[in-house]
Design a protein around this ligand. Structure first.
Ligand SMILES: [Zn+2]
Length: 66
């Protein structure tokens, strides 16, 4: 699930939240002030991965068979 950066337009609090693609354009509630006024930052969304990159943790060599 993509992680988006938001900035609250009221208190300027910057935070990250996981949003599904369906909800990404919905108003996001700021965790600091509780107002629904957070604006999505323009940075590219990051995706949570346990290993990061294309290799997996079970394959230590550069050639991953899975
Ligand atoms: Zn706020």
């Amino acid at each position: 699930m993509p992680l988006y950066e938001y900035r609250c337009k009221y208190c300027k609090n910057r935070f990250e939240t996981l949003r599904s693609l369906r909800d990404r354009d919905e108003d996001v509630e700021c965790p600091a002030c509780g107002k629904k006024g957070a604006i999505k930052e323009m940075s590219a969304p990051r995706v949570f991965t346990s290993s990061g990159g294309s290799s997996c943790t079970s394959c230590s060599s550069s050639s991953c068979s899975t």
